[in-house]
Design a protein around this ligand. Structure first.
Ligand code: DC
Length: 224
């Protein structure tokens, strides 16, 4: 099955670009960050200390994380409860990043990601898709952008939802901390796969980035 792996740091535009690309190529978009966010939030709600790996590991069997698609929109559930809306905050992003360092968490979430890529032609975004989840993906993209630009994008996104409640400085700090944690963890750190094409979106619109990926995908498909 043809697959595109799309990795990169927080705020590089992965989800918007992946969604646009999926539409243009009629592929299935899988947001793996949402899977980590869902598990992070579920653990937090259980009162588990997220810094305590043993406590996290002990809680995992009680949590059934599932993905389903409704009108082509990815919905995330835990033990049947839909958490799709609740996971889209900066705080839940941090919960995901903190718990994503544990091997037990990554192991639990690996098979559902691979199963989706066996069922559909996917464009899958995350941190370790090209390096670990789909190492044989036909096309790998490493999407990046300057950290200040990424913080500004997150700020505007959050301000659009709750005007006047966000600080650009604070968001930049959180983005830097998240980069640091995601890139320096021992297991499946964020890094560009050797065979990935780097796309820097600092001065690009999401549509331009998607168009570039579409061109690359068409070339790969024709070559294969
Ligand atoms: O892409 P995002 O902001 O929704 O991801 C939230 C966190 O989840 C991210 O900071 C690290 C973790 N994550 C991961 O470790 N591996 C993935 N494939 C996707 C996300």
């Amino acid at each position: 099955m043809f697959a595109i792996a799309l990795d990169g740091p927080a705020g590089a535009g992965k989800s918007t670009v992946a969604r646009l690309t999926a539409e243009k190529l009629n592929m299935h978009y899988v947001d793996t960050g949402a899977i980590y966010r869902t598990l992070g939030l579920a653990l937090y709600r259980l009162g588990v200390d997220l810094e305590d790996e043993k406590a996290v590991e002990a809680a995992l069997p009680s949590l059934d994380v599932a993905i389903r698609y409704q009108n082509d929109v990815q919905h995330m559930t835990v033990n049947g409860e839909d958490l799709t809306k609740q996971i889209r905050t900066q705080e839940v992003g941090t919960m995901a990043s903190v718990t994503a360092v544990y091997g037990c968490v990554r192991d639990k979430l690996l098979s559902c990601q691979r199963t989706l890529a066996e069922q559909y032609e996917v464009i899958m975004d995350g941190r370790d898709i090209g390096t670990v989840v789909l190492p044989d993906a036909e096309l790998k993209i490493y999407l990046t952008a300057d950290v200040k630009e990424r913080a500004k994008r997150r700020f505007l996104e959050l301000e659009a939802k709750n005007p006047g409640t966000n600080s650009l400085e604070e968001i930049e700090k959180q983005v830097r901390e998240r980069d640091e944690r995601d890139m320096n963890r021992a297991i499946a750190p964020l890094r560009k796969a050797d065979d990935a094409v780097e796309v820097d979106t600092t001065h690009m619109t999401a549509d331009e980035a998607a168009q570039k990926i579409v061109e690359l995908a068409v070339q790969r498909k024709n070559a294969g």
